[in-house]
Design a protein around this ligand. Structure first.
Ligand code: IMP
Ligand code: MG
Length: 192
């Protein structure tokens, strides 16, 4: 076996978003983004936050009709299922002047809100003309800082989810749907 984890759904407690629901959601969000970008001046850059957003970003950008550029940033704050609370930029935008850029940050999920509020402030301080945020999933009950994204796929309850780009210690990213990870995988004692 190439990998030491289960890809057949046994580690999933519940499917939260099926591939079909995700497809309808990316279509809806792409439409909202196109509508909001009408008449917009300056270039538009979708900035995906590595690695969790890549699957969502790849699907979403194919459905956006307005010309956009893409770029990526990488930040870290998580270990396992818990945030360490400290945000570190591991990979920055590789461009000089962003003062004519309308940036839409693409994220997989918002939990405490720290990552996106930090990144919005960072890009604004670096002179971006406009910064908006788009997330596939949102766990509003988990906020430690106030943050409201511009585009949301779906609000979800407080559970640790995986699939469609989202991982648990680098596993499960390639699943085509979003599911709640079974507690028996990360807290076997509690699950009993
Ligand atoms: P925040 O800064 O607490 O809002 O954290 C956002 C980041 O935490 C996301 O980009 C994910 O990488 C990670 N994260 C938060 N909740 C989950 C989850 O349920 N599954 C997988 N990753 C998560
Ligand atoms: Mg992430």
């Amino acid at each position: 076996m190439a990998n030491n984890y289960d890809m057949t759904g046994n580690d999933i407690e519940e499917v939260l978003m099926s591939a079909e629901e995700i497809d309808a959601t990316t279509t809806r969000i792409a439409g909202e983004i196109d509508r909001d970008l009408e008449g917009c001046e300056g270039k538009v850059i979708l900035v995906g936050i590595l690695k969790g957003s890549v699957v969502f970003m790849a699907d979403l950008m194919k459905k956006i009709k307005t010309p956009v550029e893409i770029d990526f940033m990488k930040v870290s704050s998580y270990k396992g299922t818990e945030s360490t609370g400290r945000i570190e930029i591991k990979l920055d935008l590789n461009r000089g002047d962003i003062s004519n850029a309308n940036i839409i940050i693409i994220e997989d999920i918002i939990d405490s809100g720290r990552t996106l509020s930090y990144l919005c402030e960072y890009l604004r301080l670096n002179g971006a003309k406009n910064v908006k945020t788009c997330t596939l999933l949102d766990k509003p009950s988990r906020r430690t800082v106030e943050f409201v994204p511009d585009y949301i796929g779906r609000e979800i309850p407080d559970a640790f989810v995986i699939g469609y780009g989202l991982d648990y210690d680098e596993r499960y990213r390639t699943l085509p749907y979003v599911g709640i990870l079974s507690k028996s995988v990360y807290a076997p004692d509690e699950a009993k």
